[in-house]
Write a new protein. Structure first.
Length: 77
């Protein structure tokens, strides 16, 4: 979430100074940054839920196999 806010803040500060027209003059009217916050929040929620599901599945797998056996899985007997 912090990265999204940082990117939005940087875009608000930097993008208006980088946009030029074909004649290398500032664009009129000025650039208006429009971030779809609802869609962004939904996307972040879906990504967070997917990562949580992956971590929960891995934790369940480790619980079933046992942590010591999982740690020594690749070692020679």
């Amino acid at each position: 979430m912090g990265g999204t806010l940082l990117a939005g803040g940087m875009a608000t500060v930097v993008v208006p100074h980088l946009v030029l027209s074909g004649q290398v003059t500032a664009v009129t009217p000025p650039v208006r940054l429009d971030i779809p916050w609802i869609q962004t929040a939904i996307l972040l929620t879906v990504i967070a839920a997917a990562l949580f599901a992956i971590v929960a599945a891995l934790a369940g797998s480790l619980r079933r196999r046992g942590l010591v056996r999982a740690r020594h899985a690749g070692e020679d007997a």
